[in-house]
Design a protein around this ligand. Structure first.
Ligand code: 8YV
Length: 332
């Protein structure tokens, strides 16, 4: 009777938030941020009743089959492309995620990354640091305009709407494409206009990707889509690397058909395709769009509460927010 449920935490959390888990569970954690090999995940899940994971941790059918006691998985982050949701649901394992708490911080970063790419901020800094600045010049580091340009947002959820609202202050025209149109009132609030995907590609001076990564939109920005984009446009991705064919993007950047790109996410992250690092006109950041302490704490706090609730403990026992798979799964 003394044995409490076992929870695996895939990397060290903030201490006070981890203590909240320890109120209910025996917590085992992986000490290194880098321990995400499938074998390490499988070993950690083998006797776990619950898990708190990040997008580094791929939990597929094999890991689930090897985790007979597993009842809940709390994912830190928006979405669950690292989880085999069907396999979790088939076992009745509750999976949760943390939308809502990172919207504004991530929108800030998306806007900043788009601007850094357009105005060549990191490229110019490297040039300066390399000692190549010989004096002010009319032809140096000319960038793409932000104000008065057209911003295209592909995926218009919370974060996309946050970026659209920021664009108003820069005098941008905002177009978006989403499977479904926003309600009129929301469109008005964002001052954004729905267009077909083809038009979004053709008309955007700056295209920002903020859509979920699913099998259906793998490489949604491929060579064909890139060729449809406006010459001299920029592409910014703060969603998931698999949305973009990185080789085709590198070709478009090298050829100068796109002016620049801003990438916070990569298909093989943390590895970055050398074809991208070879391009000077791309700003590369290590998946940090949600990286502010208040936001990261809010994400972890929500994931902790979700896990406690999904494991049937605490004030919201059995009612985690934002469950991806239902508590009563396993019927399908
Ligand atoms: C997280 C993210 O850092 O929330 C997301 O979707 O990509 C990031 O904010 C990441 O998911 C951690 O698991």
């Amino acid at each position: 009777a003394e044995s409490r449920p076992k929870v695996w935490v895939s990397q060290p959390l903030y201490e006070d938030l981890e203590a909240r888990l320890e109120q209910w569970f025996d917590v085992t954690r992986t000490a290194q941020v880098t321990d995400h090999a499938p074998a390490a995940i499988a070993a950690a899940l083998a006797d776990a009743d619950g898990a708190l994971v990040t997008l580094n941790d791929r939990i597929g059918a094999a890991e689930i089959a090897g985790a007979p006691r597993l009842r809940a998985v709390a994912n830190v982050g928006v979405g669950y492309n690292n989880l085999d949701v069907a396999a979790l649901a088939a076992r009745g394992i509750v999976a949760t995620n943390t939308p809502g708490v990172l919207t504004e911080t991530t929108a800030d970063f998306g806007f900043a990354l788009m601007m850094a790419a357009a105005r060549r901020i990191t490229e110019a800094e490297h040039w300066l640091r390399d000692g190549r600045w010989q004096g002010w010049g009319f032809h140096q580091m000319l960038g793409a305009e932000i104000h008065g340009s057209t911003l295209g947002i592909l995926g218009m959820g919370r974060i996309g709407q946050g970026i659209a609202r920021r664009a108003r202050g820069f005098g941008m025209r905002v177009l978006y494409h989403n499977r479904s149109r926003l309600p009129d009132a929301v469109e008005r609030d964002c001052a954004a206009t729905w267009v077909a995907r083809e038009s979004l590609l053709a008309e955007s001076d700056h295209l920002v990707l903020v859509l979920p990564y699913t099998a259906a939109n793998h490489h949604v920005i491929d060579a064909v889509a890139l060729a449809r984009m406006k010459p001299g446009a920029t592409l910014t991705n703060i969603a998931r690397g698999g949305l973009v064919d990185e080789g085709a993007l590198a070709d478009a950047l090298q050829a100068g058909r796109l002016a620049a790109a801003g990438l916070d996410v990569f298909e093989g992250e943390p590895a970055v395709d050398p074809r991208l690092t070879a391009c000077r006109n791309v700003v590369l950041t290590p998946h940090i769009a949600s990286a502010s302490l208040p936001t990261r704490r809010a994400m972890v706090s929500l994931a902790v509460d979700n896990l406690v609730a999904a494991m049937g403990q605490g004030p919201d026992a059995g009612r985690p927010s934002d469950p991806v798979t239902p508590q009563t799964g396993g019927k399908a």
